[in-house]
Write a protein that binds this ligand. Structure first.
Ligand code: SF4
Ligand code: MSK
Length: 631
């Protein structure tokens, strides 16, 4: 263990950002910091969730003088409708990503672009869902399973098949509370229908539907996204890579992949590793091709292919401002429209690939299952040709980067346990050693740290500082999305970061040879966390609501995060939010999401925009769960 190991501080990252902002000023382009200034202060009605523009009699805004909209909707109805629409938007988005992944499985073939990589996982799922496997070609099975997944989205009757993976207790609670999710499309349509002018005005039922549409995502669409991606591209296992802007390489052709659906970036990395393509890059004077990731496409690539992580959500403009990006290739979600104008100030070629995300200034190359290789090859060839067009006077690459371990899928975590302890206990594929650590107090509990960056708080500060305090208190962290990337940028995915842990967690990290923050993947991979908590509850023999485990989204910003928070709560896990959920104009809504849901599903939100007190509340919450268990 090197005692010289130090983290990259938020201040150091801010200094990098400030230096890159100077480049932005030099080339005459705005960046998010400028736009935050222009948008501040935000609209007070919007912030409190009490502006309604659902019909053309409005927009209506609630004030003490005008406590009702023209139709008579009050603050509770309006804030509730806005909240449910956010959850529905997020559930639709994750789920549609999952649907695209399922179509790739339907289109997969031995000689096509998309293949079955984890055949074991496919067979296991086929058996779970009653698809015949004996004596069949793996692609016939893949096509049947893929079609079942696709059809799940719009089936007229019944409930989501994935929900059968939850604990018996959760399934019973969901059924009794009328929350068991039907088809994704049905739940999203129901949410939109309920919130139309002249429908639900009682906030309780809006919050209930938010839980249900969330469950349709977490135990439906997102789970499909994760499981299909594992079957197609491989189930992640732990390995080492690097994170932060220093992964960009001046000597290489830099290609940045950004978004969420790994279908494009999988092809890019496959073709970038082709010796012929590397030869072409060398022919133009580069040392090779450096594919690096942003946001959750970056997480997907990092988890499966050792692709380096350039940064998280608020770093997307920074990456371009380094002046060394030959191509930016995006798929869907979390892409600032401003990356188009920023690219125009440099030699960077900007490509969109999905009909769902068409952005001005991009070259649009629409990816299908049958042209994916040609698209990837075209992007890489054009990036290589573009290497010569750099402007030396605009180049600055911050040198911060850290070793980052990623790939802790449920299988990856169990694999570590099997290697270290389970093999001695003659029982494989179990979380029991982990549970023993929690019961004995060596580990106090776990936090699932997820979500975005949001300039309403100091970017990455909440993620990093809260993680450090949790680790010091022997609380292990599983992380996804931009939270996981914040950990990577700071150095908390480095195994040497165990020096920041309390004695118990440090011992566990040493014995299991793991970093203290376990990178579990992208936003849709929060579905892995749902499987993890349910399987731990099963192995322990208690309910999910009893586990000393919480969810936390300290810097969330997207509708997807609202959907996630709803399904995490509905799965029985208290969720701590560092950003206000835009319902503050309704005391009834605030009560429903913090206390009301506890009566239905045994969990709720804790909201505190101060990360220093939020983390203390998490520790208190975990200790209270332990006390209730008598451990
Ligand atoms: Fe106003 Fe009611 Fe229309 Fe909303 S639904 S804009 S509150 S009239
Ligand atoms: S990318 S949804 S900013 S986590 Fe998944 Fe990051 Fe949030 Fe997008």
């Amino acid at each position: 263990m090197s005692l010289e190991f130090t983290l990259t501080t938020v201040e150091q990252m801010e200094a990098d950002t400030a230096r890159l902002k100077e480049t932005a000023e030099k080339v005459g382009i705005d960046v998010w910091q400028d736009r935050v200034k222009n948008q501040t202060p935000h609209c007070g009605f919007g912030e409190k969730g009490i502006c309604c523009r659902i019909c053309a009699m409005g927009p209506c805004r609630i004030t003490p003088k005008a406590p009702k909209g023209i139709c008579g909707a009050d603050a509770h109805a309006i804030a509730g409708r806005n909240y449910l629409r956010m959850a529905a938007g997020g559930g639709a988005t994750h789920s549609d990503h999952g649907r695209e992944c399922a179509w790739k499985l339907v289109d997969s073939s031995a000689d096509g672009y998309y293949h079955v990589t984890d055949a074991g996982k496919l067979i296991q799922l086929a058996k779970e869902w009653g698809v015949e496997t004996e004596g069949r070609d793996i692609y016939d099975i893949a096509h049947d399973v893929g079609r079942m997944c696709v059809n799940e989205y719009g089936k007229a009757e019944g409930y989501q098949l994935w929900t059968k993976r939850a604990t018996e207790e959760r399934q019973k609670v969901w059924m009794e509370q009328g929350l068991t999710p039907r088809a994704v499309d049905r739940e999203v349509v129901t949410a939109m229908h309920m919130t139309h002018m002249g429908n639900t005005a009682d906030p309780e039922y809006l919050v209930r539907q938010a839980l249900r549409v969330g469950l349709a995502d977490g135990w439906g669409g997102s789970m499909t996204g994760t499981q299909m991606s594992d079957i197609l591209y491989g189930t992640p296992v732990p390995h080492d890579t690097e994170s932060n802007l220093g992964v960009l390489d001046k000597e290489m052709v830099n290609v940045v992949v950004h978004g969420h659906d790994p279908a494009v970036s999988e092809m890019i990395i496959r073709y970038a590793e082709d010796p012929e393509m590397i030869k072409k890059a060398r022919a133009v004077g580069a040392k090779g091709i450096n594919v690096v990731g942003l946001c959750c496409t970056g997480n997907e690539m990092m988890m499966r292919h050792n692709v380096k992580m350039a940064g998280n959500f608020l770093q997307q403009e920074n990456v371009l401002l380094t002046g060394v990006v030959e191509a930016l290739c995006v798929d869907v979600q979390c892409i600032f429209p401003n990356v188009g104008p920023v690219s125009e100030c440099f030699h960077t070629k900007f490509y969109t690939t999905s009909p769902i995300a068409r952005i001005p200034f991009a070259t649009h190359l629409e990816l299908t299952s049958f042209n994916a290789g040609e698209i990837a090859s075209q992007i890489l060839n054009e990036a290589i040709d573009n290497f010569k067009n750099r402007d030396e006077s605009k180049i600055f690459i911050p040198d911060h980067k850290h070793s980052s371990w990623a790939g802790y899928s449920c299988e990856g975590i169990k694999g570590r346990l099997d290697t270290v302890t389970n093999s001695h206990l003659d029982e494989l594929d179990t979380y029991k050693p982990l549970i023993e650590c929690v019961k004995s107090g060596v580990l106090r509990g776990a936090v699932a740290m997820v979500g975005c960056n949001n300039p309403k708080v100091r970017p990455d500060y909440s993620h990093i500082e809260m993680m450090k305090k949790l680790l010091a208190n022997d609380i292990v962290i599983v992380a996804t999305g931009c939270a996981a990337q914040a950990a990577g940028k700071a150095g908390l995915l480095d195994k040497r970061a165990k020096i920041f842990c309390g004695q118990g967690l440090r011992r566990v990290c040493t014995l299991a040879d793991i970093p203290p923050v376990l990178h579990m993947g992208s936003c849709v991979d929060i579905s892995r966390m749902m499987n993890l908590v349910c399987d731990i509850a099963k192995d322990w023999g208690i309910n999910t609501t009893q586990l000393p485990v919480v969810g936390c989204a300290p810097e969330w910003m997207s509708e997807k995060a609202v959907s996630i928070a709803n399904y995490v709560v509905a799965t029985g896990i208290d969720t701590y939010l560092g950003i206000d959920p835009l319902v503050g104009g309704s005391d009834k809504m605030m009560h429903l999401i913090t206390e009301g849901t506890k009566e239905w599903v045994g969990a709720g939100y804790v909201i505190d925009t101060n990360p220093d007190t939020l983390v203390d509340k998490i520790i208190e919450g975990i200790e209270a769960k332990r006390a209730a268990l008598g451990i």
